[in-house]
Design a protein around this ligand. Structure first.
Ligand code: URA
Length: 253
């Protein structure tokens, strides 16, 4: 057990003196209650909030992985139905890993896994426009005209409200006439629930398979097999932070 101010300092949040000040001013809560005494001891199992935000250990090394998610795997930390999750592909470690954003249970491809909330926020926050590339295998003959329609934006249902998708890029990758299927590439930056499937559905096409190939500048390497993961290079991580700052600057015009 450590005194609260020592514990806060040991998490790399601030100095012990600064922690005492925060406690004096009533900015620190332990298990939901404001603590003002300096003698308070904590074990580390309590929920500690500073300015109503969870105290996280800033000394923990940040990690960033790219996983090639298989189909039939859920993109959450835990599943009440005991299905396989994206974290089952990683050794159990001290780091609290979690997936960045969601891919559907039956969608495969690129998912970032990290313990860095700032990174996750950049990738998932709608105001940071980050393209995501998908390959969809759809039933039927998807024509150039269909491609024009879908890339101009279509209306999909979003939690009971109509949502018009933004203009996006796309191309027909392959026509599998014999199998009555088409493989279509779409690059979108929005991330509404089941967005790609709903966009094809708006034109009357069923998506048989869906795979994500890239997020922003990061293309999943072709030799990263399904179920395998790799650490992102520091320069790739930095580029996301850099591009994000760029977006903020762009938004200010
Ligand atoms: N769009 C979808 O419909 N599903 C996904 O998993 C990702 C994007």
């Amino acid at each position: 057990m450590d005194r609260l101010q020592k514990y806060i300092a040991s998490m790399g949040y601030c100095s012990r003196r600064k922690a005492e000040e925060l406690i004096n001013r009533g900015h620190v809560k332990v298990n939901g209650l404001v603590v003002k005494e300096h003698g308070k001891k904590v074990s580390g199992n309590e929920e500690i909030l500073i300015f109503d935000k969870p105290l996280v250990n800033k000394n923990t090394q940040k990690v960033y992985y790219a996983l090639n998610k298989p189909r039939a795997v859920i993109c959450t930390v835990r599943d009440p139905k005991q299905r396989k999750t994206v974290l089952d592909f990683f050794p159990r470690t001290q780091e609290r890993l979690y997936p960045v954003g969601r891919l559907d249970y039956d969608t495969s491809g690129l998912v970032f896994i990290t313990n860095d909330g700032d990174f996750a926020n950049i990738i998932t926050h709608p105001s940071y426009i980050i393209d995501k590339k998908y390959h969809a295998q759809v039933r039927g003959n998807f024509t150039k005209h269909d491609l024009q329609t879908i890339t101009k934006g279509v209306v999909i249902d979003n939690n009971g409200l109509d949502f018009k998708t933004s203009r996006c890029q796309g191309r027909i990758v392959k026509n599998l006439f014999d199998e009555n299927k088409t493989i279509v590439e779409l690059i979108i930056h929005e991330g509404k629930n089941h967005q790609v499937k709903k966009m094809f559905d708006a034109l009357g096409f069923d998506v048989l398979r869906l795979k994500r190939l890239s997020i922003g500048h990061f293309e999943m390497p072709q030799d990263l097999r399904v179920g395998q993961y790799m650490a992102l290079k520091p320069k790739d991580v930095k580029k996301f932070f850099g591009d994000y700052q760029q977006n903020i600057n762009d938004n200010s015009f």
